[in-house]
Design a protein around this ligand. Structure first.
Ligand code: PNS
Length: 188
């Protein structure tokens, strides 16, 4: 019998409970699911690729048919390379649909043999995004329940380091305001 393999591509910066929910759902309908982290040098991610990979590996350790990989270039080329039949994308709300539809149709134009499958995460994650998690964590808000505990810990560590850096003495030879400016720039 043909085994159906899917990839679940994304930035995962950081991975959230919404991603995990989708991974769990995907693992039930596909024989094999590869969580594929985009290596994107244009973006300035909060977490390194290695950190994101480690977090996702830990989060998916309990699923026999889920693996984690990284890729660059076109998603459809990666899908072909790993012999995947489908690309999984999550749609949280109607606002996601337009962008996802455009991407799915373009991917189909590029590679008609790879299907995009849209899946809906649990309702409680319909307003959750990595961007909001980063912002809330950076501004000192609670991200409990939004990300797995291990991601929460990693986020706190990262933000504590950034705060220490921002509050440290300005480098010698700079005025306090220059020092502050430099620290803020590094934090962004
Ligand atoms: O988690 P994200 O940032 O929403 O994921 C977006 C991602 C990685 C799926 C998308 O940017 C992508 O597929 N990038 C790879 C380059 C590519 O294939 N571009 C053409 C898309 S039609």
């Amino acid at each position: 019998m043909k085994r159906i393999k899917a990839i679940y591509p994304g930035s995962f910066d950081p991975p959230t409970n919404g991603h995990l929910d989708l991974i769990e759902r995907g693992s039930k309908i596909f024989d094999e699911l590869v969580v594929a982290i985009l290596r994107n040098p244009e973006k300035d991610p909060l977490f390194s690729l290695a950190d994101r990979r480690k977090m996702l590996e830990a989060m998916t350790a309990g699923f026999d048919n889920v693996s984690v990989d990284t890729f660059d270039g076109l998603t459809v080329d990666y899908a072909l390379r790993v012999e995947a039949h489908a690309i999984v994308r999550g749609i949280r709300a109607i606002s996601d649909y337009e962008y996802e539809l455009q991407m799915a149709l373009m991917n189909r134009k590029l590679q008609p043999d790879v299907e995009t499958v849209f899946m809906l995460p649990a309702e409680q994650y319909s307003y959750l995004s990595s961007r909001l998690v980063r912002e809330i964590a950076q501004l000192g808000g609670s991200i409990k329940g939004l990300v797995p505990e291990l991601v929460e810990r990693k986020l706190r560590e990262k933000i504590d380091v950034a705060h220490k850096f921002a509050n440290s003495e300005p480098p010698e030879g700079t005025t306090p305001s220059e020092g502050k400016k430099k620290s803020r720039k590094k934090k962004a």
